[in-house]
Design a protein around this ligand. Sequence first.
Ligand code: MV4
Length: 447
Amino acid sequence: MFEKILIANRGEIALRIHRACREMGIKTVAVHSEEDANAMHVRLADEAVCIGPAKASDSYLNKPAIISAAVITGADAIHPGYGFLSENADFAEMVERHGIAFIGPSSAQMRLMGDKVAARKAAQKAGLPVAPGSPELNSLDDAYVWAKRIGFPVIVKAKNGGGGKGMKIAYKQEDLPEAYSLAKAEAKAAFTSDAVYLEKFLAHPRHIEIQILADHYGNVIHLGERDCSIQRGNQKVIEETPSPALNESARQNICKIVRKAIQKIGYTNAGTIEFLYEDGKFYFMEMNTRLQVEHPITEAVTGIDLVREQIRIASGAKLSYKQEDIKFYGHAIECRVNAENPFTFVPSPGKIEEWHAPGGLGVRVDSEIYSGYKIPSCYDSMIAKLIIHSKNRSGALMRLRRALDEFVIMGVDTTIPLLQDIIAEPDFIDGTYDIHWLEDMLAKRCS
Ligand code: MV4
């Protein structure tokens, strides 16, 4: 097992990883920007190294600085968390070349899944259901040919994209030239490559993703699904498991297919297979090769420490669980609390004057915040995750309402009032929402 792990991240996820390490008797190294010198992840770690100025491109994205920090502290592994370098295959490869373990899949697997066209192909070959689509497009003429074959509406996506950036919908043939050129321009700006492809556009899907764990001995287990349809501007706001849209046979069916596919692909470590779900059918979208923000709801219903399993897998250990060992209990919901105006979503950095996190049975708060902490303006505005667990969905909703009412954060604006509004909506209570529901609700709220 590793003796010392460098945590290449900040905020709540750096704390989350530190906690797993501590419980495993592993020492931790924090890295931080100049701005984050007083951050909680720096205070908790056994050692800390400053890796550059506030700007993420100079610090948390600074590959040589992070690898140097690992070398000088003698860390034998690096956990990338989520965001930043977590899905950067070049970084993973650099880490591997330095004889340091990257806590995640191999750089080759990351590269495969980062290429959305190749990932679609691999997924289809491994037996996953994919939406009708095209290979990489060579020209607008090519786009016309494929769009006709697929049938309108189609969506133009960046080959090296993901997370929803640079996607353009063409509802009919006349929309295609503009969608094609806009998607190409956005792809070039965001991902340097302007390569794009087409998919059949699904109008009212839900976002349902399956969590898997895979070791280096061909063992793959699934940990059920997460419904992440409550989103705004491609940012998830509330996630829950199990999905209110699935019955037990639909769930078992897709999870079985995913397990087989992951085994075929030979993927290792933790991963998430993201689907759109519409009219009772799943369509593979992409595979996330990192630990995800919303992983705690899976931990709540399975009792499995996902970070611990990631570390064990990366160190060459076998999975601690067989599929038959996994028992799902109850219902879990996560709310993301952002330091933002709850109506305009303008970020609200500043000093936390008062902080009282809710507690009690079935309530978990993952956060880096402490009273007196100054939220910097240069990073993500998520300041806490509230994770609720109860024996069923209605119990979880009652508990979530109670916990949100109990949360006190003074000094900055937060999205807690928005979360309270969402969970009071009949559609949310009924579980009948799709990926557009929140944005539609917000539009109505403003008019
Ligand atoms: C789609 C889609 C409709 N049809 N693909 C955006 C994020 C990326 N992972 C996949 N995305 C979408 N792909 C087809 N063929 C709609 C979206 C989409 C979306 C998906 C999940 C959650 C939120 C979303 C918000 C806007 C668009």
